[in-house]
Ligand binder design. Sequence first.
Ligand code: C5P
Length: 285
Amino acid sequence: MITLYEGAFAKINLTLDVLGKRADGYHDIKSVMQTISLRDDIEIDLGTGKAWSLLCDKEGIPTDSTNLAWKAAEVFFGATGKDPDGLQIRITKRIPVEAGLGGGSADAAAVLRALNRHYEMPLSLPALAELGARVGSDVPFCVLCGTATVEGRGDRIRRMPDMPDCIFVVCKPDFSVSTPELYRELDEKVIGKRPDHQAMERAFLSGDLEQIVTNVYNVFDPIVTEAHLELNYIKSIMNSYGAVGMQMTGSGSAVFGICSNFENAAVICNMLRGNYPLVYIAKPV
Ligand code: C5P
């Protein structure tokens, strides 16, 4: 038996625009995604000689073939024709679930990367990302990591220059949002404001944190904020204690604040922690 280890890193959406509904029921999006250092840990035992199994240290996470990490292993072995002769996946969960942080996708992507490395790269990184699209819309980006503009269903990925030095504070409130319902709600609305991706691209090319922060915008943010004014409370605390920008990530409900130094991030973290146990400090990866 052999054990593989891999980090599964969360993502945030610095921008998120929804461009329209596709024939397959999904939506075309455009998003600048950023990998952050908040992470789950994945261990994979190969050659157990037993039926496949999955363990997670956190309750409420599916431990069967509906878990995206399990699905990722299935598509990898399906595509490569390799045989693990029994497999167990163990997940140490730190990324909050139903947060818009891509936790399940990160786990799936980590499984794909670990397996591909173990079998000496039968798939190129772009092919591995393409395989990830079968598991979930955010998986291709999570396979590649870093900073990128993501388009289509999440499957067209263009690398961007690295995020300039900064610190994120991530806060997951108690409520959760259903992603499919949020997309349905958006279908019935006229989107008033959208992110300016040209301006965001220029900001990244010049490495200007202030300009990047100015262009952070998520079309889902006002919809979720309207139903949960608490998001404004979290943002106001972030703003009062020195964050230069704040926004909801993905379909929520986590909010991130961008700070230019660690001291501000630590103070924000302390100010939020009383009301919000799920608050984290993270760096861009
Ligand atoms: O692919 P994933 O399982 O992450 O998507 C969850 C749900 O979010 C989909 O079933 C779909 O309703 C919605 N979605 C979408 N368009 C996308 C991504 C997700 O409509 N690009």
